[in-house]
Write a protein that binds this ligand. Structure first.
Ligand SMILES: *Cc1c(COP(=O)(O)O)cnc(C)c1O
Length: 484
């Protein structure tokens, strides 16, 4: 048997070292100041920093770094971050980020994350932190109300749109009692423009064994309702079960919003779960124009939105909403003996009961703090500004010789390209994209729709204003000025 005196001696040797983990106030102040200064330098330079730094992949490596046995001062670590992490590649904090789907990263969210990390409240279960759970539920309720849903709905703050989509599709699967035996009889309807994370989610959920029906689109890249109805009728005639309809409220590629109202009618008549992926477009619901465009979304059975896109939060916050709370709960609620203390009669739903996660980041704080500090007015204005900036670009780019757009922007995505008088357009546009990337002041991405290579502009950073768009127009003009 170990002798307690010997154990005590051993503990006395360990304690001085282990106590180093708990920093004293002056040390905390010093570290905080260094991080604050580093972040401030970055923020105050946002107008001049490039949106994209190309070709520094060799510099962005950590292979020469070891995790040391003894700690180091912070200054060289921040210098290392600056050189290797915060410079090469895309700068998503820049207003010049106009590719993929940007967002920006509101400053108060960083403070929310700071507080969440310091207090480390347990936002998984109500018993652990009734306040943290109530705050997250309150944000979910706010989104539920935004989409005009009844109080019977529930939701969850996820890490992003991908996990949010997965969470919703799992709820749909379980509600429809899909099993390995009956999955092949199920039909799932979507378009070629659905986000790839939906396919990933279907696969993870075991639903890729169902019959996936890729419904044709109209000339605006929206699901063709008549084609959907026909497909459903033909599936029913074949003895299959129409199960799930996946619509997009703002596709990533073209910004198209599927005809949600009509799709809902078809879903309802045929007893189909109606899922709307609004990861990109959902928060335009905060604007009058957006509400008009998203009409019908209120009829969905599940909705995904991405606060790290349309609410301008830093990466790491998506949200899933499910019209019937019980459907989300039934798929995700579990009991475990080590959590028996957390079982409380009449407690509100907890995030851990509604998602695959147990212990999780207290994401609510990074969303709640900016909403409270700013209020909704500047957020609504910024979203409306993005819609107008996309229209402004779509109008102006067509006035440049040789440029065309794919479709009138529905929300804030514009697909555009240069059509050379001779030579292949796809090659010319790849060249144009490279030129924009090496200029680096603004960043756009590209996409291929039905074999045509398009440059992809997505205006959704809160830091993007008219001068940013003018810079892109100027780069496009000067790069192509001596072409043809
Ligand atoms: C961004 C996006 C997703 C995926 O969301 P993540 O937050 O990147 O995981 C899904 N659907 C659409 C329409 C999106 O724009």
């Amino acid at each position: 048997m170990a002798d307690t005196r010997k154990i005590a001696q051993h503990l006395q040797r360990l304690a001085p070292l282990s106590q180093q983990l708990d920093l004293p106030a002056d040390k905390r102040q010093q570290l905080w100041q260094a991080v604050y200064d580093y972040a401030e330098r970055f923020l105050s330079q946002q107008d001049t920093l490039p949106a994209f730094v190309d070709g520094q992949y060799d510099k962005a490596q950590f292979k020469d770094q070891v995790i040391p046995e003894q700690g180091q001062p912070i200054a060289p670590l921040l210098a290392l971050l600056q050189e290797r992490v915060d410079t090469p590649g895309l700068n998503p904090a820049s207003g010049g980020h106009l590719g993929y789907i940007p967002g920006g990263g509101l400053f108060p969210s960083a403070l929310g994350d700071y507080l969440a990390a310091i207090f480390n409240r347990y936002a998984g279960l109500y018993f652990g932190s009734p306040g943290a759970v109530a705050l997250e539920n309150h944000l979910v309720d706010w989104m539920i109300e935004l989409f005009g849903w009844p109080k019977t709905a529930a939701g969850n703050l996820a890490s992003g749109g991908s996990i949010a989509n997965l969470t919703a599709l799992v709820a749909a699967r379980d509600h429809r009692k899909i099993t390995p035996e009956n999955v092949r009889q199920q039909c799932i309807y979507l378009t070629q423009q659905v986000h790839h994370c939906v396919h990933k989610a279907l696969r993870i959920a075991g639903l890729s064994f169902a019959q996936l029906r890729t419904i044709p689109m109209d000339d605006q890249f929206r699901m063709d309702v008549e084609a959907l109805s026909q497909q459903i009728r033909s599936d029913q005639a074949d003895g299959l079960t129409p199960m799930l309809l996946i619509a997009s409220a703002g596709t990533t590629d073209t910004g198209a919003v599927d005809p949600l109202g009509e799709l809902h009618q078809v879903a309802k008549e045929n007893n189909i779960w109606f899922h709307v992926d609004a990861a990109y477009g959902g928060f335009f619901q905060l604007t009058e124009e957006g509400r008009e465009k998203l009409k019908g979304i209120e009829a969905a059975d599940s909705i995904v939105v991405d606060p790290h896109k349309g609410l301008f939060l830093p990466y790491g916050t998506g949200a899933v909403l499910v019209r019937e709370a019980s459907h989300l709960y039934a798929s995700h609620y579990y009991q475990a003996s080590y959590l028996q203390d957390a079982e409380m009669e009449g407690a509100p739903l907890s995030p851990a009961d509604l998602s695959p996660e147990l212990t999780k980041h207290f994401r609510g704080l990074r969303m709640w703090l900016p909403l409270q500090l700013y209020g909704l007015a500047p957020i609504r204005a910024a979203l409306e500004e993005k819609l107008w900036l996309a229209r402004y670009f779509a109008t102006a780019i067509r006035q440049l010789p040789g440029f065309e757009i794919a479709i009138e922007p529905e929300l804030s995505v514009v697909l555009f390209r240069y059509v050379p008088r001779s030579g292949t357009p796809n090659t010319a546009n790849q060249r144009l994209l490279s030129a924009i990337h090496s200029d680096g002041r603004v960043f756009v991405s590209s996409t291929t729709v039905e074999q045509t290579f398009w440059l992809h502009l997505a205006v959704l950073s809160f830091r993007t204003h008219q001068p940013t768009i003018d810079t892109l127009l100027e780069v496009c003009r000067s790069v192509t000025a001596d072409w043809d």
